[in-house]
Design a protein around this ligand. Structure first.
Ligand code: GLU
Length: 597
């Protein structure tokens, strides 16, 4: 069925934005709010400083990729617990000149020493506790973020890496004001951070998190950015920084006098200079599904974002969500999420063959899965995976496996430029605070991304696609997503939140494309996340009663995700949207603000 975004919805969005303070006189003033509308390009991130830097790059003539990398580098300074050069991520790019969508897989990779049993404690034969695996050398994958920035700029940008890193280095040098979120993220991690001399020195000065309102400086990180800017990422993957990363993982910088106590021994791991030197980003074709009159592009493996969002949309396309009562639309959203997660857990990992991924995203497979959605009641969870064998008809299922429940951190940014290029970029160091180790003298935290592998098989007698192995990339849920219509970009959206990333992106898309909400409304709306589990975590404001009557059982999760998005309006304006409230709220800005015509 072909449907356009209803005009009244666009008007509602514009009104929301006008009310949010889109003031033409504010053109050169720093962005402050979660929504902005105007011309000349747009940036939405979780952080005012990063959005300001991205907008300045656009104003100076840079394109969306230049602005995205400069903003991401700034997030590495101001949001160091969620993003930074010690981690990895996925970037999706719509190229206005060719009308094509490209992706960069900058996911961390496992060292050559990793095996399927690396997360099994040899002393007990049981998997390590999550905290034990996280705060150790074992969890550290070879970072992909510096290589992502360099490759994105080289393939799609106009700026040299040095210029893209300069504004962020300046922020690290001069410092920024500590806010409540920054302080809380340190306080929540104080026990882990306190074990390491390098991390304590940076984030626990005088043994405690810095006060709200104080100025936080990171001159080591400024020098690290400068070094990478001058010498390229060779300094990171083959030079001094590589040696420092290897030294940190093989001999964690445990403090002589730790701040607080940690429940587990801190284990080193075998990461080598060859592991770092061998890292390369990949450029997989995006996933694509056609959803009503839209094309939805996402990340292929090792992320499951494109598969799970795309498969769920294919299932949902079989219902006229806009024409159904609201609780029926949400019921189908929850059921489609569960089905897509069952298939993700069974079939999706770094080594998933592309033909299998294509089957999971096929309309035939979605038809089989959709016939398991009963409008009258929620299916018992977990639901079993389907059989994506290319021969479709009926509702066959495979034996069930266990659900996957990982933690959450990460950050997402979204950028559009005056030429119509669009970037969605989700980057992470996995947990908030990564593995807790700052590389001494370098000013950045290492990731714990390898804990995204399953520590032990989860799929019964079937193969688990996400067990650790040498050189393998752990499965991700990150889902930077770009939607086009007739080949032109309509919107982009992404979020942090571990596996809830998938449901948040899906829910925002359904809210926007089917349920008549503006993009600010779609992002602000209360969320629920069904990841093939018996109960459904939902935010307090999510309307449960009618869904409970259909058999859904809810638990409460205070916040789910922290999305950003951009929408390109038919009249040439662009809307930038960040969270109004979650994670302290984000910041959106446009180059030339313009409210209602
Ligand atoms: N490591 C997670 C993933 O790749 C992201 C963490 C998060 O968003 O909180 O799926």
């Amino acid at each position: 069925m072909v449907r356009t975004i209803p005009v009244r919805t666009i008007a509602a969005a514009v009104l929301t934005m006008a009310l949010a303070g889109a003031d033409p006189a504010a053109a050169a003033s720093p962005p402050t709010g979660p929504t902005a509308v105007g011309y000349g390009g747009a940036v939405a991130t979780v952080d005012a400083e990063a959005t300001r830097v991205g907008l300045q790059v656009l104003r100076d003539g840079g394109n969306a990729v230049d602005a995205a990398i400069a903003a991401a580098a700034t997030l590495g300074v101001t949001e160091p617990f969620s993003a930074g050069i010690g981690g990895g991520g996925f970037l999706v790019y719509y190229d206005a000149r060719t009308g094509r969508v490209h992706t960069i897989d900058g996911r961390e990779s496992a060292p050559a020493s990793m095996t399927a049993t690396s997360f099994i404690n040899p002393a007990t034969g049981a998997p390590y506790a999550f905290g034990e695996a996280r705060v150790s050398g074992l969890s550290v994958g070879v970072p992909g973020t510096p290589a992502t920035w360099e490759r994105a700029l080289r393939d799609f940008g106009t700026m040299p890496l040095r210029a893209a890193l300069r504004p962020a280095a300046r922020v690290a040098e001069r410092g920024f004001a500590v806010d409540a979120t920054f302080r809380a993220q340190i306080a929540d991690n104080a026990a882990a951070f306190g074990q390491f001399s390098s991390t304590s020195a940076l984030f626990l000065p005088d043994g405690a998190p810095p006060a709200v309102g104080s100025t936080f400086r990171n001159p080591d990180l400024a020098r690290t950015y400068d070094l990478i800017g001058r010498h390229g990422t060779g300094a990171f993957y083959r030079g001094q920084i590589a040696r420092d990363i290897v030294a940190t993982v093989t001999g964690p910088p445990v403090a002589d006098t730790p701040v607080g106590t940690w429940a587990y021994p801190i284990r080193p791991a075998e990461l080598t200079l060859a592991d770092l030197a061998g890292y390369a980003v990949r450029r997989p074709a995006p996933t694509r599904v056609d959803y009503r009159s839209y094309q939805v592009y996402g990340m292929a493996t090792p992320s499951s974002g494109g598969q799970a969002v795309g498969e769920a949309l294919n299932i949902l396309e079989r219902s006229d969500l806009a024409g159904l009562p609201r609780e029926q639309a949400l019921h189908r959203y929850l059921e489609a999420s569960a089905l897509a997660f069952a298939d993700r857990n069974r079939y999706v990992g770094d080594a998933t063959p592309r033909p299998l991924l294509n089957e999971l995203l096929s309309d035939g497979f979605a038809g089989e899965r959709a016939c398991l959605v009963d409008p009258a009641k929620a299916a018992a969870k977990p639901v079993a995976p389907g059989i994506p064998d290319g021969a479709y008809g009926g509702c066959p299922t495979a034996p069930a496996g266990a659900p996957d429940l990982a933690g959450q951190s990460t950050t997402n940014l979204t950028v559009a430029d005056r030429w119509g290029n669009v970037v969605g970029y989700t980057l992470t160091i996995e947990q908030i605070g990564g593995n807790g180790m700052v590389v001494p003298g370098r000013g950045f935290l290492l990731n714990n991304e390898l804990t995204d592998f399953n520590f032990a098989p989860t799929q019964g007698s079937a193969a688990d696609p996400n067990l650790p192995a040498a050189g393998k990339r752990p499965r991700s849920s990150m889902a930077p997503t770009i939607v086009t219509r007739h080949g032109r970009p309509v919107l982009a959206v992404g979020t942090p939140g571990g596996p809830t990333i998938i449901t948040t992106v899906l829910q925002v898309l359904v809210n926007r494309l089917d349920l008549g909400m503006s993009l600010p409304e779609a992002i602000a709306a209360p969320r629920a996340t069904q990841r093939n589990t018996a109960t459904v975590p939902a935010e307090p404001g999510f309307d449960r009663a009618a869904l409970e009557a259909l058999g859904h059982v809810f638990t409460t999760m205070a916040e789910i995700g922290a999305a950003t998005g951009v929408e390109l309006l038919p009249d040439g304006r662009v809307v930038a949207v960040a969270e109004p409230v979650r994670r302290g709220g984000g910041t959106a800005g446009v180059v030339r603000p313009a409210g209602l015509p």
